[in-house]
Write a protein that binds this ligand. Structure first.
Ligand code: AMP
Ligand code: ZN
Length: 142
């Protein structure tokens, strides 16, 4: 894909501090890390984000992410890690090529987690029903 930074990294046309690559995926350090050792993993093929990525690639992608997360934790001496995908502009995605962030975390790093809300009235049930309807369209039901 023309003008995609991560396609250029995958093709070796832009420099990156790579920590892993194979025929399908590349993992490299985020140039502006949340914490030192913050890794990004990308498929070499261009897909806009998770929902546009074929399931067969997603499966291998998450298997690789599990291993790289272990290595990031061990290699940085972290106590844990966040693995996050920003899917869509509203979620903070700025590079529209599927990627997952692996961010090493320390018990005392002070970064915290997400702010959380409380549901009012029957809002919790309503949103659950809406998601369940969408799952039926995807032919996945409990
Ligand atoms: P987002 O799309 O918000 O999930 O995040 C994209 C991430 O890519 C940001 O954290 C950037 O710091 C990172 N990034 C952008 N360009 C490069 C690059 N050339 N090399 C490494 N990381 C990059
Ligand atoms: Zn791309």
């Amino acid at each position: 894909m023309l003008d995609c930074v991560f396609c250029k990294i995958a093709a070796g046309e832009l420099p990156a501090t790579k920590i892993y690559e194979d025929a399908q995926f590349v993992a490299f350090l985020d140039i502006r890390p949340v914490q030192p050792g913050h890794v990004l993993i990308i498929p070499r093929s261009h897909y806009e984000n998770l929902t546009a990525t074929p399931a067969v690639i997603v499966g291998r992608f998450f298997q690789l992410a599990q291993k790289i997360a272990s290595a990031v934790i061990q290699g940085t001496g972290a106590d844990g890690c966040n693995m996050t995908m920003n899917n869509g502009r509203a979620a903070g995605q700025v590079v529209f090529h599927t990627h997952i962030h692996i961010i090493p975390r320390k018990d005392d790093d002070g970064l915290g987690t997400w702010p959380q809300l409380e549901y009012q009235g029957n809002a919790m049930q309503e949103v659950a029903e809406n998601i369940k309807s969408a799952l039926k369209v995807l032919d996945l039901r409990s």
